[in-house]
Design a protein around this ligand. Sequence first.
Ligand code: UGA
Length: 442
Amino acid sequence: MDIAVIGTGYVGLVSGTCFADSGNDVTCVDIDEDKVAQLRDGQIPIYEPGLEPIFARSIREGRLRFTTEIQQAVGEADIVFLCLPTPPGGDGQADLSAVMSVAGQIGPLLEGYTVVVNKSTVPVGTGDRLEEAIAEKASSDRFAVVSNPEFLREGAAVEDFMKPERVVVGTDSDRAAETMTTLYEPFVRSGNPIITMDRRSAELTKYAANAMLATKITFMNEIANICERVGGNVDNIRRGIGTDSRIGKRFLFAGIGYGGSCFPKDVQAIHHTAGEHGYDFKIVDAVMSVNNSQKTSIVRKMERYYGTDDFSGKTFGMWGLSFKPETDDIREAPALYIAEELVGRGAKLLAYDPEAIGTFKEATSQVVLDNTTFVHNQQEALDDIDALVICTEWNEFRRPTVDRFQDHMKQPVIFDGRNLYNLERAAKAGITYISVGRPAVG
Ligand code: UGA
């Protein structure tokens, strides 16, 4: 099939590359000339495991192309994917200006029957608006607008795309549904379903999925907070309830809150949409508020440990800056908030992350930059520090040499926001170890 992908951000690039890898002819369009030049040159502007080899192969074999010319790409396409940014607008609702502007351009460019697919996370009803905008310049039997939300996790996006647990297709058009089924069949050979439904439900499915997952995490964070008060271990509770298949094992890890570009934005957006329709979605309101305080809960533990909120004269090491491992994305990362609060209390920081130092520097405040030394490996971040604060569960932090804590730090004190270490082993190693929802050690 001939596919045009409009927007070469994270979703567009992963989708375009994976569609090309499965044998389709894909043209990716972006208005950013430098980015297109870079992509044509074989350079990928994002860090995503597994993307590079299939990207390089698809370009080499001529199935993946990049252009700034929307005209030709859309004209030739059987399917046009809209993968455009929908950042939070000032009113808590997604800003649709990019999506609507492209919709306005597409109508006159359509040649033959074309399925226009929106992959961006958009408020319920956006598909209708897209359809109206395109229909201003094209007859309605020439196209169908489909909602096809993506469920890709950063850091595992290629795997999620290639082997999706489900594909959601929102359309009332049988013809469009058939085209989408043909396109996705190679990805669901193991028998996972392509679920076809009406467009509004598909749009809402995306928000419901992210809000449910954010709620699941937040629920466990609250159980962890209760464990800390009543004496209990959230790891045991996770195992105790996760084995109930109605609850499930995944997404039950307590920590310092969810971050990233999706959960915070989508939870806020579904709350807003509900409100606009006169419904107070109370549970997600609570999720947002609990998550905000969870992000800096580790700082309050540090205050309790030191018996003061004045950290002047102290230097803390920070392991992990990105909102989760295997990405350089720091959007809504707990580390941003923690660094701000620690520096605000007079501390100096020694920070290390395998991928996200650059993005962190761009996003953080001047006062954090002035009081933070960024180092190039985990060991350097231990040098002469008063305590280590772990913000992201990168694999390389999971099995550190215990002697390093003892030898390099002033005292072996660890505040772990991701529950990386075994409590008995930490105790045996003589480490003071304070984690989330588990008894303090030392
Ligand atoms: C999330 C969803 O998982 C994807 O399905 C969805 O497509 C994507 O949003 C999106 O809307 O585009 P992502 O934001 O990449 O993907 O990251 P996740 O791996 O889901 O993690 C989100 C946050 O939850 C992270 O901050 C992570 O640390 C936190 N988390 C996750 C926990 O605190 N505990 C857990 O048990 C799991």
